[in-house]
Design a protein around this ligand. Structure first.
Ligand SMILES: Cc1cc2nc3c(=O)[nH]c(=O)nc-3n(C[C@H](O)[C@H](O)[C@H](O)COP(=O)(O)OP(=O)(O)OC[C@H]3O[C@@H](n4cnc5c(N)ncnc54)[C@H](O)[C@@H]3O)c2cc1C
Length: 285
């Protein structure tokens, strides 16, 4: 809801968009599923990104480039390499169709709090974020690791317009799993795993606040990732993985679930997802 909105613009060039966004009280408008809802009563200008040609999915060399204005529905329908299955699964896990049709990949990694899903999947796939910064005198492209982008957004340090995310096309397999109170709730915990030439990557996320009031971000479970790169023989990796995952995952509690419960749930999801992926892909990480 906007109580003080003075202007709505739909720029045709990135230079115009950046100049308009530099005005006090201006915000970028993508799908509007967050911006149009609440908490933005102070906004004086919205700069609609829809005419900038930022939607679409394309192969670019060793990467797949996903335009920031690609809606979650577009991500589900995209002809992605099989190894990037986690992306479609995370987008499809957003069961509210109205939200899935409108909310965009760029919006998912630009709001002041990430509840996971596409953000978790992008972290599990070691995505790069492409930003446009600058103004009328020139537009500069900046590339950031997804973890830096999510951190900047959560700490209020984000700048520029997200133009795309890029994920490696040579990932062998990936998957996404979430647990939530109901089909339309944000996940209490979610997990993405990928395996490829650069090793195994695990990311977890979910709705929650840290003890100090900090907002929970999707987290890269580094020790669990290292363990899976060289797993113990047989089935003992499950117990070993639970131990390292519980030891390193943050315990963000909120009104819905306690921090301990969320951490235990995330560890369980990691084990289930890894087991399912290993079974589906011949047991090789
Ligand atoms: C019923 C419902 C369920 C929801 N469930 C979830 C959930 O499970 N997980 C979750 O994370 N969110 C959820 N949301 C919140 C919302 O849908 C997401 O945050 C969504 O991804 C926002 O995307 P959007 O394209 O609609 O962005 P908008 O609402 O247009 O913008 C969101 C924010 O991102 C900024 N922004 C958008 N695009 C860009 C860009 N390209 N570059 C720079 N800044 C940009 C905007 O300025 C704004 O601050 C839910 C919302 C509703 C209404």
């Amino acid at each position: 809801m906007y109580l003080d909105l003075q202007t709505y613009t739909r720029p045709a060039t990135m230079a115009e968009a950046l100049a308009q966004l530099a005005a006090p009280g201006a915000a970028a408008l993508a799908g509007g599923t967050h911006l149009n809802v609440h908490g933005h009563e102070h906004l004086r200008a919205v700069v609609d990104l829809q005419a900038l040609g930022l939607a679409g999915v394309a192969r670019e060399g060793a990467k797949v480039r996903i335009g920031a204005m690609t809606a979650l529905t577009g991500l589900v329908a995209a002809d992605l390499p099989a190894g990037l299955a986690a992306l479609g699964q995370a987008a499809d896990a957003e069961k509210n169709r109205a939200v899935r049709n409108r909310s965009t990949v760029g919006g998912r990694i630009s709001r002041d709090r990430s509840n996971g899903r596409v953000a978790t999947a992008l972290l599990g796939l070691e995505a790069e974020v492409e930003l446009a910064t600058g103004g009328p005198d020139g537009v500069t492209r900046v590339d950031l690791h997804i973890a830096s982008r999510l951190h900047d957004v959560a700490t209020g340090a984000a700048h520029g317009v997200v133009t795309a995310v890029r994920v490696p096309a040579d990932v062998r397999w990936s998957g996404y799993l979430a647990s939530q109170l109901s089909a339309v709730d944000a996940p209490s915990a979610d997990v993405a795993v990928s395996a490829g030439p650069r090793g195994v990557h695990i990311a977890t996320g979910g709705h929650g606040r840290g003890a100090a009031g900090t907002l929970a971000l999707p987290t890269t479970a580094a020790a669990a990732t290292a363990l899976l790169a060289n797993p113990p023989a047989g089935d003992s990796w499950r117990a070993a993985l639970r131990e390292v995952a519980v030891a390193e995952l943050p315990a963000h509690g909120d009104a819905l679930v306690s921090g301990d419960y969320r951490r235990d749930l995330a560890a369980t999801l990691v084990i289930r997802l890894v087991a399912a992926c290993l079974a589906a892909h011949g047991g090789a990480a």
